[in-house]
Design a protein around this ligand. Structure first.
Ligand SMILES: C=C(O[C@@H]1C=C(C(=O)O)C=C[C@H]1O)C(=O)O
Length: 177
């Protein structure tokens, strides 16, 4: 109740910084969804490794972006913003996958016993995360698009479990924010 966060907002309110006190950042759902999407790249990579498939699937990428832009429009989100955010998530996912493939090639991994089904299991989960990312973008649209709030947003989103997997991928995923 008296968390540093609440105290900070009280101080802001008393000093007349109402805009800020009325709109505390609620970026935890967005942070989690971005993190989960990146972590899922491990499952994607395993499925592709077992199938001897290539990492990049441009028709699927176009579908992901198209669906996100359409769903985002229904939530009142601008298409160019959605486009940039999802292109970044896709590039980040491919970075994780490429790094894993490089490791597995070096270790001469043959096949995994426990690779998930990409189309039936993993992609539906990615689609669910797309919806979650869009909802939290809608819920925090003002804060996320305010250039003055960049540092706060970066702090709120910055700690991702996926960083242990690939710091480079995390940088890519967070770049549009
Ligand atoms: C995650 C995948 O790998 C790549 C990344 C994609 C994504 O992040 O949505 C889509 C297609 C692929 O280029 C996938 O194939 O589903």
């Amino acid at each position: 109740q008296d968390s540093p966060n609440n105290l900070r907002h009280e101080v802001d309110a008393r000093s007349g910084n109402l805009a800020r006190s009325q709109a505390p950042l609620q970026l935890e759902p967005l942070r989690l969804a971005i993190d989960q999407r990146l972590l899922l790249a491990q499952a994607v990579a395993r499925a592709k490794w077992n199938a001897r498939a290539v990492i990049e699937d441009l028709p699927r990428e176009a579908l992901v972006i198209h669906a996100a832009v359409e769903q985002g429009a229904a939530l009142g989100l601008p298409g160019d913003w959605i486009d940039a955010v999802f292109r970044a998530q896709i590039e980040a996912s491919k970075t994780v996958q490429r790094e894993l493939f490089a490791q597995w090639r070096a270790q001469q991994v043959d096949r995994f016993d426990d690779a998930p089904d990409l189309a039936r299991t993993v992609r539906p989960e990615l689609d669910r995360l797309t919806a979650q990312i869009l909802r939290s973008m809608r819920d925090n649209q003002t804060a996320l698009r305010d250039p003055a709030g960049k540092a706060d947003v970066a702090r709120a989103l910055g700690v991702l479990e996926a960083r242990t997997l690939s710091p480079a991928a995390v940088e890519q995923a967070l770049a549009p924010f």
